[in-house]
Design a protein around this ligand. Structure first.
Ligand code: GAR
Length: 236
């Protein structure tokens, strides 16, 4: 097989999705990809510890950038320099809460994905992350939620959809219970998608649609039952 796809992961919190990638590619036996850099949006987050424990380079946005909430261009030079320095080929936003500057989106167009804990285009957009998403899903009375992985564009949660996996919302769910069920699926779907990309199965059509050959990660591929009954017929 050719050289592993070089993956950079951006994270803002616990990093359990990062761990799923590390477990499959860096610590496990899938040679198709490798996490080579983790960037944290602030110091002290668990994601940075997970990277270091796996022997992966871990860096933090400079304090001046962390504090520029309204100025995403402040992130631009740092991200372009650090991702470029280690030849990152695919960027994964795994619970990363800052807007990606337009120049960085353009530099990695079709090579940057985000994981979101609901079925986009519902329950996405600015301010919709983590627990807030699950609370909104439950408040609306949805019977189905899910996981979406999409290419990153200049707007929050609006880029071409790469993969989705539906998950039932149970009558007595609170946001913690739903988040836990969704996370279990995220931890399977994200590594499967990265592996599929590394194997050259995903392309972005001229119409701006993500296309898999052979197909991957549609509702016909994955089934998710309540709680631990999260099953898949094939996950790439
Ligand atoms: C995940 O549920 C991810 O989908 C979500 O943040 C969590 C990060 O968990 N991302 C968003 O809400 C982005 N809009 P993790 O740090 O344990 O991987």
């Amino acid at each position: 097989m050719s050289e592993p796809l070089r993956v950079g992961v951006l994270a803002s919190g616990s990093g359990s999705n990062l761990q799923a990638l590390l477990d499959r590619f860096n610590l496990g036996d899938d040679p198709s990809a490798r996490v080579v850099l983790v960037v944290g949006s602030r110091p002290g987050i668990r994601a940075l510890d997970r990277a270091r424990e796996a022997g992966v380079r871990a860096e933090v946005l400079p304090a001046t950038v962390q504090n520029s909430e309204e100025d995403p261009e402040g992130d631009e030079a740092f991200l372009l320099r650090r991702l470029g320095a280690v030849d990152v080929q695919l960027v994964v936003l795994a619970g990363y809460l800052r807007l990606i500057p337009a120049s960085v989106v353009r530099a990695f167009w079709g090579r940057m994905i985000n994981i979101h804990p609901a079925l986009l285009p519902s329950f996405g957009g600015h301010g919709m992350y983590g627990r807030r998403v699950h609370e909104a899903v439950i408040d609306r009375g949805c019977k189905v939620s899910g996981v979406t992985i999409h290419f990153v564009s200049e707007e929050y949660d609006r880029g071409p959809i790469v993969a989705q996996w539906p998950i039932p919302v149970m009558e007595d769910d609170d946001s913690d219970a739903l988040a836990a069920r969704v996370l279990r699926v995220e931890h399977r779907l994200l590594p499967a998608v990265v592996s599929g990309i590394a194997r050259g199965r995903l392309s972005l059509s001229s119409a701006g649609r993500a296309e898999w050959v052979p197909p991957l990660c549609g509702a016909e591929t994955f089934r998710a039952g309540p709680d631990d009954d999260v099953t898949t017929r094939k996950d790439g």
